[in-house]
Ligand binder design. Structure first.
Ligand code: ADP
Length: 461
């Protein structure tokens, strides 16, 4: 898959996710708005019922007053006319809207509000107040007469500062054709939270599901990029390997062609030389094949190891003899410091030998001039630590993180001269781990590297 395709998928997927998120937000917001409308309707009906009940109260009180006053005038045996005038006066004073407002029975108001809201299933905490235009202040607040009534400092500004003045629900009380003497304000401090809490389940689950989709999507993209890198590395590996095989195959075919020519066949010495070349090249191919086989080993989930008691020092000495020739050819030397007093351990001898060969090979390969290689052992805890130190080109900190990865090779400067498949260290790591050990590196670019391998004496499985 090309990079553009992957990036296009990322862009389309991200846009879709944003779109889905926005649609979800839109629906949830709509649901909240609908809930709010429903809530508002209920509150408005409640308030108008409260208003009616207050009005009824006031009318009843007026009637009662009228009746008792007229009775008393009659008893006082005043003239009928006098009584009538008095009645009219009284009536108009009882029905003075402002007087009505200020004579609201707090307990009634409190009860009516509570009853009406509860009957509409509204259990939210609320605050309310009765505002008087004449007083320019709230004369009742949450079931109490406000202490500031009659205070000369009262002004409309003071009332405006009252949180009740921002109340969403407002209904005029005792209004007549001359205007309204005041109004009842009601507000619910926790309304927004209450409305959103109704949709919190949907909201939380949609956030969780979106996060899950986002996570899976990012993970898939990560895997795609990783696979792409591995496939590029594999292609590199195949090119590399083909190149590595071509040289010995060409040399062998050239030598074989030469041998059969009559002028050479008769010359025993020349025949032996060509046969030696064929043998040498064959050996080289064999070692390449071994490397490829090592890759198969790494890819296997469970490597089957043949456990035997092995003397690590013997294996090291053997490996040093093999590696020494190349090192000496470059004018260098291999030093051994075998300090482990207990060199015996349970291991698979073939793989352990390959681990040592790989490390020695690398130490030689990546030290262009006069390799001074030190291979040492020491006992650490319940095992042995083996280290291979060189004075070669070293490895940068960044590259150190990757060198144990399959097919990874440092591609810098003249390193291209050094042949390899990028498999050696990943094989070392896989095998050391199969032995329940650890592998690590300390290195500084330009100064050299030291590879450490820790192997336990015993295998618990
Ligand atoms: P290969 O040697 O075939 O490339 P390895 O897996 O053995 O593969 O090594 C991976 C990379 O680690 C090498 O390409 C090289 O860049 C770096 N490396 C390994 N050993 C050394 C060393 N001793 N000194 C410097 N670089 C090293």
């Amino acid at each position: 898959m090309s990079k553009t395709v992957i990036w296009s998928i990322i862009v389309v997927m991200s846009l879709s996710l944003v779109g889905v998120g926005m649609i979800q937000y839109f629906w949830i917001d709509r649901a909240v708005a609908l809930d709010e409308k429903n809530f508002n309707d209920k509150v408005t009906i409640s308030l108008s019922n409260v208003k009616k009940r207050l009005q009824n109260d006031a009318e009843e009180a007026a009637e009662k007053n009228y009746y008792s006053e007229s009775q008393s005038y009659r008893n006082n045996s005043s003239s009928q006319l006098e009584a009538r005038i008095r009645q009219l006066e009284l009536r108009s004073s009882v029905l003075d809207p402002d007087a009505l407002l200020e004579n609201i029975d707090i307990q009634h108001l409190d009860k009516y509000l509570r009853d009406e809201l509860i009957s509409k299933d509204i259990g939210l905490k609320y605050e309310y107040g009765v505002y008087s235009r004449r007083e320019k202040a709230y004369i009742i607040e949450n079931g109490n007469y406000t202490a500031t009534i009659g205070d000369t400092t009262k002004s409309s500004n003071v009332a405006a500062l009252n949180p009740l003045s921002k109340a969403e629900y407002k209904i005029p009380l005792f209004e007549d054709e001359l205007g309204e003497p005041g109004h009842l304000n009601l507000f619910f401090p926790g309304k927004k939270r209450f409305l959103w809490s109704n949709v919190s389940g949907i909201l939380i689950s949609s956030v969780i599901f979106t996060a899950l989709i986002l996570f899976c999507f990012s993970f898939t993209i990560y895997i795609i990029f990783h696979q792409k890198k591995v496939s590029e590395m594999k292609t590199d590996f195949i090119n590399n390997m083909t190149h590595e095989f071509k040289t010995p195959i060409a040399t062998i075919s050239l030598a074989a062609d030469s041998i059969v020519s009559p002028s050479i066949l008769s010359n025993q010495e020349k025949v032996t030389r060509f046969i030696n070349i064929i043998r040498q090249e064959n050996k080289r191919m064999l070692s390449q094949v071994e490397k490829v086989l090592q890759m198969a080993q790494i890819e296997k989930e469970n490597v089957e190891l043949k456990w035997n008691e092995v003397n690590l020092h013997d294996l090291i000495e053997h490996a040093v003899i093999n590696a020494e020739l190349k090192v000496q050819a470059k004018g260098g030397a291999i030093t051994t410091k075998l300090l482990a007093t207990r060199p015996l351990l349970m291991a698979d001898v073939t793989h352990l030998a390959s681990i040592i060969n790989n490390l020695l090979d690398n130490a030689e390969k990546y030290t262009p001039e006069k390799p001074e290689i030190v291979i040492s052992t020491r006992n650490v805890g319940q095992g042995i630590e083996l280290s291979v130190e060189d004075n070669g080109i070293g490895i940068s900190k960044d590259a150190q993180k990757n060198i144990f990865e399959k097919f990874y090779r440092v591609h810098t400067g003249n390193l291209h001269d050094v042949k390899g498949f990028g498999l050696g260290l990943s094989y070392v790591k896989a095998m050391v781990e199969a032995h329940h050990g650890r592998v690590g590196v300390k290195s500084e670019a330009g100064k050299g590297s030291t590879f450490y391998v820790y192997l336990p004496f015993k295998q618990s499985v």
